[in-house]
Every structure is written in structure tokens, then in C-alpha cells.
Design a protein around this ligand. Structure first.
Ligand code: SAM
Length: 207
């Protein structure tokens, strides 16, 4: 999808996102927040959406969220106001492919359920590597394509979920090669997450 299509699609999803896709993907957000809370510092969340992860961050970290959809960001702003979240430094409308942050200005970064939605995921990975300080961590949660020969319930479930995923602009056949070959980033952890191990958490370190 082009960015305009992403925006149109998420304008429709914003009012119902938390009760639909947002519900079934809670585990990934919780695990990512656990990892980042263990590290602390200044955190960037790329594609923060409706801000479902924001209440899970420790009160003493500083979180900046960016998203390309004004409608999704509006929901995130409402959450911050309603819950009185003091650790959210900023929520900004921004294309993750061309961020206007200086180099190496964030300690850690999360990108949750966004990499298979963004146009040009390799460009987003390169931008995240640029704004991350050396030694910093990037946590990605996403669904990645499986071996088509794989047997069992999971491939069947994935085929059942495919039309729903497509409505989110989600590429269910998204290859992990899109995120795993970024110069300067080293994969240091991988973990399969609910629902049914469909999502994967990848943790990269900037050397
Ligand atoms: C499936 S939602 C995930 C939202 C949130 N991270 C979560 O876990 O609930 C994908 C988000 O990626 C955002 N997005 C897509 N392309 C983007 C881009 N180029 N720059 C910034 N955000 C983008 C969409 O607007 C949407 O909010």
C-alpha cells in the first residue's frame, strides 16, 4: 500500500482498532514493553497507532510516538489525556521512512505490528538504525511468513485470518528478510508470541 492508502485504511480502523486487532495482539505489546522497561531511557515507538502500548511503559521512561495516520494518533492523544500518562514526551505525525529526528537521539526503539504495513520496510529499518544510539535496542513485533510446507493448525489459522489481515493493509506473506539485513543491526533475540505463536518478537542491537 502507498502511504495515502495506509492513511485511508487507518482512518476507518481508528474507531474500532482497540476492540478488534488491538485486542488479539496484546501479548506482543506487553512483551515489548517488558523488554524496554528493563532498559529504560528515551524510547521511540514507531507506528504507535492508537497508543495501546503507552500505559505499559514505566513511569520514569520517556516515550516519543510517531505515526503516519492522524486518526490513529488522535486516539493515542485521547488515551494519554484520559490516563494522565506523564511519560509520553511527544506524539507526532511523521512518516517512518523519513523521520525528522537527529542521528543517535533515542536509547531504544519499538516497532509493533507495523513492519508489514509500511511501504518500504527496509527504509524504515535504516531510519530506525540512524536515530538509535550505538548500543541501543530495537524491538520488532510482527507476523512473518512461514514455510508453505509447514503442517499443523497454525498455517490453517493464518489462512483463515488472511482476509482480515488484508483489511489492515497487512501482508501475511511478509518475509523477515525485510527487517533482518539492516547494516549495523545485529539480531540478539527471537521469541514466538500469542496468539498461537503467530507473532514473533525480534530484538536487534546497534553495534
Ligand atoms: C497495525 S497498526 C499497529 C499500531 C500499534 N503499533 C499497535 O501495535 O497497535 C500499524 C500502524 O502503522 C502506521 N504506519 C503505516 N505506515 C507508516 C509510516 N510510513 N510511518 C508511520 N506510521 C505508519 C499506521 O498508520 C498504523 O497506525
Amino acid at each position: 500500500m502507498e502511504l495515502n492508502d495506509v492513511r485511508k485504511s487507518y482512518a476507518r480502523w481508528a474507531p474500532i482498532y482497540d476492540r478488534t486487532f488491538g485486542q488479539i495482539t496484546r501479548a506482543g505489546r506487553r512483551r515489548a514493553a517488558d523488554v524496554l522497561n528493563g532498559l529504560g531511557g528515551r524510547i521511540l515507538e514507531v507506528g504507535v497507532g492508537t497508543g495501546l502500548s503507552l500505559p505499559s511503559y514505566r513511569p520514569d521512561v520517556s516515550v516519543t510516538g510517531i505515526d503516519a495516520s492522524a486518526d490513529m494518533l488522535e486516539k493515542a492523544r485521547e488515551k494519554v489525556a484520559e490516563l494522565g500518562l506523564k511519560n509520553v514526551e511527544a506524539l507526532r505525525l511523521m512518516d517512518a521512512r523519513a523521520m525528522d529526528f537527529p542521528d543517535a537521539c533515542f536509547d531504544h526503539i519499538s516497532a509493533l505490528h507495523i513492519m508489514s504495513v509500511v511501504p518500504e520496510p527496509e527504509r524504515v529499518m535504516a531510519e530506525m538504525a540512524r536515530v538509535l544510539r550505538p548500543g541501543g535496542t530495537i524491538v520488532i513485533v510482527n507476523h512473518f511468513a512461514r514455510d508453505p510446507e509447514e503442517k499443523g493448525a497454525l498455517p490453517v489459522l493464518e489462512r483463515m485470518a488472511a482476509p482480515f489481515a488484508a483489511l489492515l493493509g497487512w501482508h501475511s506473506d511478509f518475509s523477515r528478510a525485510h527487517v533482518s539485513r539492516t547494516p549495523g543491526l545485529r539480531l540478539i533475540e527471537e521469541m514466538h508470541l500469542p496468539p498461537f505463536g503467530m507473532m514473533t518478537l525480534l530484538r536487534f542491537r546497534k553495534d
